[in-house]
Design a protein around this ligand. Structure first.
Ligand code: GLN
Length: 529
């Protein structure tokens, strides 16, 4: 199942690099080999750039050697991501690299510049392995809306990894890379993290610059990390966060260096839980929640209490409106953002014989966008149209304020963080929700309100239900990423000995087979069954 190097978390690889027992080239070679071997069965990657990755690895090794020459202070000053492989969701611009956002309309489009976060990753010396599969324009919760085929979940290849950042989540869960980048507009980092058994964080709105990221819904989109543990997630967040003049919504809030120092010792990490006041929002135990998921969350709550935290039930009364208002605001903003795909400036361009510009425009968008994107454009255009704007869009924005106020009230009353399920269910089979948009939308019932309020949330693995991962969501006040990750780290520490922690994704071995079925074939077989 791959080189032992692919099974270590990033912080362990960083120590091994500094100790000289391995090199970035060796790590990146192992990553490339595994990612390439699994891609037939998993379809997690849309592009893997072997040559560039190896060149970046060599550059990182040279940087480490130079720092060694300068002495131990220079080595200590290197970022923990130096020389380590990262997966980028295919909506992050990488100069000279294809950037499809999972859509036919951007097939073949090559980004002319780096996104802010790409620049940041280069600065710290991370190695970008390639670009990962995703739901088209980040719309979806299963990765089945990608124009380039679904992604298989390494725990069960007939099941989805969640979405829309399903490729990055899978690349981390399968051991291809210790670090992955996703975006979360309504749950697209936390939900796939939960379904694949990794850590995924959606930072506070404004924490990470969106410059160079293909836009979905601009008042909700945030970029964030995937990793196998909270220490790695914190290090990746540290690398990409911070103010950037080119995104006016990126906030001038300092990024704590303590993100690089989450406790390495379990006793120290567990001590952080002492005396913390955690809230369990009643409304998050939604109808349709699987008993195995609920049991996992209740068990996690007991572990947190045993470690000295208090957990009390709280109420966020407007939670129920989260889904309805999100599906007004997000499509409205998407319909505006997607107007730029006109067949003239980017990607696909369909010319109608004898047609005029409007005919070309309609033909390009008709051929280039998939069904979910078209649905969102129609919903959003309707909600913004004259006569309906006040009734839908303005009303939804008002309810959004009420949702935010619910959170403010709870945190104002002294609750340090909320503890909730990330997803009401474990990973579901291909095809299970695709025919019913509302059932797909419900996948994010527990994550959407957090985006509506602009708050940070992190999903950490908290056990298995019928052999499939369950995610625990921690939600905090704005800018509390460090505290949330410390809580998550504490939870990892107190459950370090739990038997489920040692369980590897059950069907990873199948992904290694040369003639493994592709996710497309699996989906077709299930549809025919
Ligand atoms: N599933 C939600 C949607 O389809 C959220 C997607 C996301 O966070 N990008 O809009």
């Amino acid at each position: 199942m791959g080189d032992p190097l692919t099974r270590l978390p990033g912080h362990a690889l960083a120590s091994a690099l500094r100790a000289g027992v391995t090199s970035s080239r060796e790590i990146v070679e192992a990553s490339l080999a595994l990612a390439e071997r699994h891609n037939r069965a998993l379809n997690a990657w849309l592009t893997i750039d072997r040559d560039r990755a190896l060149a970046e690895a060599d550059a990182a090794d040279a940087r480490l050697a130079a720092a060694r020459g300068e002495g131990s202070d220079a080595v200590a000053a290197l970022h923990p991501l130096l020389g380590l492989p990262v997966a980028l969701k295919d909506l992050v611009s990488l100069a000279g690299g294809q950037c499809t956002a999972g859509s036919r309309i951007l097939e073949g489009y090559v980004a002319p510049y780096d996104a802010h976060i790409t620049e940041r990753l280069r600065e710290v010396g991370a190695v970008i392995l390639g670009k990962t599969n995703m739901d088209e324009f980040a719309m979806g919760s299963s990765n089945e809306w990608s124009a380039f085929g679904p992604v298989s979940n390494p725990w069960d290849l007939d099941r989805v990894p969640g979405g829309s950042s399903g490729g990055s989540a899978t690349a981390v869960a399968a051991g291809h890379v210790p670090f992955g980048i996703g975006t979360d507009t309504g749950g697209s980092i936390r939900q796939p993290a939960a379904l694949t058994g990794v850590v995924g964080m959606k930072p506070t709105y404004g924490r990470v610059s969106r410059y160079g990221i293909v836009a979905f819904a601009s008042s909700l989109d945030q970029i964030g990390p995937f990793a196998r543990d909270t220490r790695d997630a914190a290090a990746l967040l540290h690398a990409v966060a911070g103010r950037d003049e080119r995104d006016s919504t990126s906030a001038p809030v300092s990024v704590p260096d303590e993100l690089l120092q989450l406790a390495s010792r379990d006793d120290e990490a567990a001590a952080y839980l002492q005396g913390k006041r955690l809230g369990l929002p009643r409304e998050y135990f939604v109808a349709g929640m699987e008993p195995g998921v609920e049991a996992g969350i209740r068990e996690a709550v007991r572990a947190l209490e045993a470690a000295g935290a208090t957990v009390e039930e709280v109420s966020l009364p407007h939670t129920d409106y989260g889904l309805a208002t999100y599906y007004i605001v997000a499509p409205a903003e998407a319909s505006a953002n997607l107007a730029r795909y006109d067949g003239v400036r980017y990607g696909l361009s369909v010319r109608e014989a004898g047609g005029d510009f409007i005919a070309d425009y309609l033909a390009t968008r008709g051929a280039g966008f998939g069904p979910e994107v078209k649905r969102r454009i129609m919903l959003g255009t309707y909600a913004l149209s004259a006569g309906y704007y006040d009734a839908f869009y303005v009303k939804a924005q008002k309810v959004r304020t009420l949702i935010k106020r619910d959170f403010d009230n709870v945190f104002g009353a002294g609750i340090d963080a909320l503890v909730a399920p990330t997803s009401p269910t474990v990973a579901f089979q291909f095809g299970a929700r695709i025919a019913d948009p509302v059932s797909m939308y419900l996948s994010d019932a527990c994550t959407l309100p957090v985006n509506m309020a602009g708050l940070p949330g992190v999903s950490v693995p908290c056990g298995l239900s019928d052999g499939l991962p369950v995610g625990l969501q921690l939600i905090g006040p704005a800018w509390s990423e460090l505290e949330l990750l410390r809580l998550g780290r504490g939870y990892e520490a107190v459950t370090a000995g739990a038997p489920w922690r040692g369980v590897e994704p059950a069907q990873l071995r199948l992904a290694d087979e040369r003639d493994a079925a592709t996710p497309m074939e699996r989906r077709a077989a299930l549809a025919g069954a």
